[in-house]
Design a protein around this ligand. Structure first.
Ligand code: SAH
Length: 259
């Protein structure tokens, strides 16, 4: 004869309300923990790919390894928070993704080398032109003391400001406006990064660079080859310009002279 089990309801429904609440919280927390671990895993895979690209382009960019601080920033910032929900599964692919309004979040490899080329010190004040999603600004904020960033599409600027605040990046100021003219009120800057391509280097940005400072900018026409350019201003204010790598960026719109 078998054992007669007491007929009854499944145990879950017999739990008291506090216990059920507790169980729900535990399973939710577990789901988040798995997701967080998964994203961390995806980020480390992304880092491998970036480092491979860096080794391949070593001759052009003049280095085969990224600064350890830049790598640490890339492995920390949650890129999935900066892309539209429909692209979250691809957030850690080493490629650009649409962020709406015809704009894109840059390829992680490009973010990595542009950031590395700025040679940021902990006390640096940085200007970014082209906030977009705010991802590049967050990476900069991990390495510098303050980031000023300008976006010309009002809705993107507002969304990025809200996102950066939510993620705790209080050291980033977002302004909606035309970045061609820089942000004279906060100049001079230790470093300036431009993430949309003008046809010529905007003179106001060179002016707003500190002696000893670096400007990294894609330059070129919409249908012509663009080059990533490193501009260095030495202690005497002398300018040195180097073309590093062919790249593809959305055009810098706004007050610059026509193409
Ligand atoms: N750095 C961004 C990606 C930038 S895409 C990120 O991490 O997501 C380039 C951005 O430059 C776009 O959002 C575009 O609207 C903006 N842009 C174009 N011309 C501009 C200008 N004159 N001033 C400020 N932003 C500009």
């Amino acid at each position: 004869m078998g054992i007669l089990l007491q007929p009854g309801k499944p145990w879950a429904t017999r739990l008291t309300l506090p216990l059920r609440l507790f169980a729900a919280i535990v399973s939710l927390a577990a789901a988040f923990a798995v997701a967080a671990e998964d994203y961390a895993h995806q980020r480390s895979r992304m880092l491998e790919e970036i480092q491979q690209d860096v080794r391949m382009t070593g001759a052009e960019i003049g280095k085969t390894e990224l600064d350890a601080r830049v790598l640490a920033a890339l492995s920390k910032v949650p890129r999935h928070e900066f892309v539209p929900q429909s692209y979250q599964a691809m957030a850690y692919d080493n490629r650009p993704l649409p962020i709406g309004y015809g704009q894109t979040i840059s390829q992680p490899f490009i973010v990595a080398i542009m950031t590395d080329l700025l040679n940021l010190q902990k006390d640096a004040v940085v200007l970014e032109i082209g906030t977009g999603s705010g991802y590049q600004a967050a990476i900069l904020a991990e390495l510098a003391s303050h980031v000023y960033t300008i976006e010309i599409v009002p809705e993107l600027g507002r969304q990025a400001a809200e996102r950066l605040r939510r993620l705790g990046y209080d050291q980033v100021d977002v302004k909606v406006g035309d970045g061609y003219y820089g942000w004279p009120e906060h100049a001079p800057f230790d470093a300036i990064i431009v993430t949309a391509a003008p046809t010529q280097i905007p003179p106001p940005l060179v002016q707003q660079l500190k002696p000893g400072g670096r400007l990294v900018i894609p330059v070129g026409g919409r249908f012509l080859t663009q080059y990533l350019v490193l501009v260095e201003k030495d202690a005497e204010g002398k300018i040195r310009t180097r073309e590093l790598l062919p790249v593809q960026f959305v055009p810098l719109t706004g007050g610059q002279p026509p193409n």
